[in-house]
Design a protein around this ligand. Structure first.
Ligand code: AHR
Length: 321
């Protein structure tokens, strides 16, 4: 736990200067390049990875927090290659731009496991496998809820779209599901698509600025919980009511514990789950490779959603993150 919190606080990288220092031959050495610490989801994801890839479970973990910069991820991966790790685990900030560095890992004979968001590369042999969420399906669940809640005879449905980091699979797919739905429904419109970078601070800032000239909207479609928390603060400051009995209905992605609490209070209408607990999944993949098995290339995690009229205290209490 001491080690975990120091990683969070400093965002430090752990590198070893030589093979001798690195090796206790019984341990599998894994270099993990994490996106950053932009959200509660991300912190839960880091904790899950660090928890699963711990020494008592047979690992030596080299962790790097890229602080939301792809260049830092390139640096980390190149360092992992130099350290001659056994596996590289990559949580990519965005889908594109990975060819060169992944080819370097392949040339060095180091298998790469991609987690959470996907990478878009022509040659899929550049990585071994991927595990994460079906972000498009998450968006489809949100759209289905909107279709049920606002039937076809609803006069107009004005949507404020709060987008995550541009080019991240979570952004691309959740946005795609919404945009496709808007093109199917003549009475639906996107009032604005604001870039909130998956952070609470940016979510607050862009919604606050938008509200200065807004003529109103009916739904906030927010691509993660932390942006939602920021947006709720901006709405409160502007005197706009939201949630179950409010003027604006709120859809939020991730379903972290704090969001579920707000859903139970009736402040968030729909929480779409995005499961961050990938540590044990990556552990299983590595153990399978070590045993000489060939697990499937893509593994999607099953997810559900919660609405303010059906969520229970038990659901909130049993939330791990
Ligand atoms: O890629 C998963 C997304 O990234 C989560 O929705 C978000 O909270 C995180 O930062």
């Amino acid at each position: 736990m001491l080690c975990l919190s120091s990683l969070f606080v400093s965002g430090c990288s752990l590198f070893y200067s030589s093979r001798e220092e690195k090796y206790d031959d019984r341990l599998v050495v894994v270099g993990f390049s994490q996106v950053g610490s932009e959200s509660d989801w991300r912190l839960a994801n880091t904790a899950s990875m660090v928890g699963a890839l711990r020494e008592e479970n047979g690992y030596r973990l080299l962790f790097d927090n890229a602080k939301q910069k792809q260049e830092n991820q390139y640096l980390a991966i190149r360092n992992f290659i130099q350290q001659d790790v056994d596996y590289i685990v990559l949580a990519p900030i965005s889908e594109t731009g990975w060819e060169s560095v992944l080819r370097e890992a392949k040339t060095a004979g180091i298998p790469v496991i991609v987690v959470d968001r996907q990478v878009s590369v022509e040659d899929e042999s550049l990585y071994q496998s991927w595990v994460g969420s079906d972000f498009y399906q998450e968006g489809r669940m949100a759209v289905s809820w909107m279709e049920e809640t606002f039937p076809e005879n609803t006069k107009t449905l004005r949507i404020l779209h709060l987008q995550g980091t541009e080019g991240a699979t979570a952004q691309i797919m959740r946005s795609r599901a919404l945009e496709e739905a808007v093109s199917r429904h003549e009475n639906w419109s996107i009032e604005a698509s604001l870039k909130g970078e998956f952070t609470e601070a940016k979510g607050y800032e862009v919604v606050r600025d938008f509200l200065k000239s807004s003529t109103g909207f009916d739904v906030l479609y927010s691509e993660n919980d932390n942006m939602t928390f920021g947006a709720m603060r901006a709405l409160e400051e502007a005197g706009i009511s939201f949630g179950e009995n409010g003027d604006v209905k709120i859809i939020s992605f991730d379903a972290v514990k704090k969001a579920l609490e707000l859903c139970l209070e009736g402040k968030i209408n729909l929480c779409v789950e995005c499961n961050p607990l990938h540590g044990p999944r990556v552990d299983r993949l590595i153990k399978a490779y070590e045993a000489g098995d060939s697990p499937q290339k893509f593994s999607y995690v099953e997810e559900i959603c919660f609405t303010c009229d059906t969520i229970t205290q038990d659901m909130v209490d049993s939330r791990e993150y």
